[in-house]
Design a protein around this ligand. Structure first.
Ligand SMILES: Nc1ncnc2c1ncn2[C@@H]1O[C@H](COP(=O)(O)OP(=O)(O)O)[C@@H](O)[C@H]1O
Ligand SMILES: [Mg+2]
Length: 257
């Protein structure tokens, strides 16, 4: 078992009077897919946004490669190699794939963008992820299918020598074949040595692609288990009740406020 590349300890986050995350611990390991699951409103997206520097946690510690780090904004997260792919992904429709992958991080000077080098890097990244469904990197994003868009968004996240990629429900809006493509890609990210966190509602997807499952229940980490050690039924019970047999919160009822 590898050392975690990213660890959270005792993370709390409130929005005004609403205490969303309670003393959350999480470990993300390089080369593994950690599925982050939980009911609607459990705090999954909030947790991801705290890691990404979108939200500031109220308390708790984040460690990267064993060292405490302070993530005060998306820039800090990016500097560590932490990238997020959001469900409502921010690709610009009117731009092509290369332009989207380099948006905000263009190469070259403001006067002369190095189009050739960006185009080559975009192509190489897609090839390294075995993405074959995209014909030209100069295709406008508006012409891509949902699965292709998600593929571009994920490829964009690994273009920057990323170490950890967090995917917030990347397959929520996709059909069966497109979901297949994206899950294959998620697996490949881990095979390339990245630490991957996948938020998903789909138990079949979670069991197919993850090495570990972390279950949030009403903002508390109910369980972090190896996927091979649990059944679908146990995970569903952890999601809905915070507890399943010996697993989960000792007193899930006290989590209800
Ligand atoms: N910016 C915000 N301001 C106030 N409350 C928020 C904000 N973001 C999320 N919440 C609340 O935090 C809780 C967890 O939300 P979220 O992290 O989106 O859950 P999940 O992604 O697991 O469905 C919800 O009760 C939600 O209403
Ligand atoms: Mg969410």
């Amino acid at each position: 078992m590898s050392e975690p590349i990213l660890e959270l300890h005792g993370v709390n986050k409130s929005f005004g009077p609403v205490h969303v995350l309670h003393d959350v611990d999480l470990a993300v390991r390089a080369g593994e897919v950690t599925a982050l699951v939980g009911d609607n409103g459990a705090g999954k997206s909030t947790l991801v946004k705290c890691i990404a520097g979108i939200h500031a946690a109220d308390s708790g510690e984040v460690r990267f490669r064993g060292k405490p780090v302070h993530i005060h904004g998306p820039r800090d997260a990016a500097d560590l190699g932490i990238e997020v792919v959001y469900q409502d992904l921010a690709l610009a429709d009117n731009l092509d794939i290369v332009q989207n992958m380099f948006l905000g991080r263009e190469r070259g000077s403001a006067w002369l963008l190095d189009e050739a080098s960006m185009e080559q890097a975009a192509r190489q990244t897609l090839a390294s992820l075995s993405v074959r469904t995209v014909k030209s990197v100069r295709t406008p994003v508006s012409a891509l299918s949902g699965g292709q868009r998600q593929t571009v968004a994920i490829a964009k996240s690994v273009l920057w020598d990323s170490k950890v990629v967090l995917l917030d429900e990347p397959t929520a809006a996709l059909g069966v074949a497109q979901t297949r493509q994206v899950l294959d890609l998620v697996r490949r990210l881990a095979e390339q040595g990245l630490g991957v966190v996948l938020i998903s509602h789909n138990m079949a997807d979670v069991f197919e692609v993850s090495d570990r499952i972390a279950v949030l229940y009403l903002g508390r980490m109910a369980a972090e288990v190896q996927t091979k050690d649990v059944t679908h039924g146990q995970v569903v019970e952890l999601i809905t009740a915070g507890r399943s047999g010996d697993l989960g919160l000792a007193r899930p009822d006290t989590a209800v406020v």
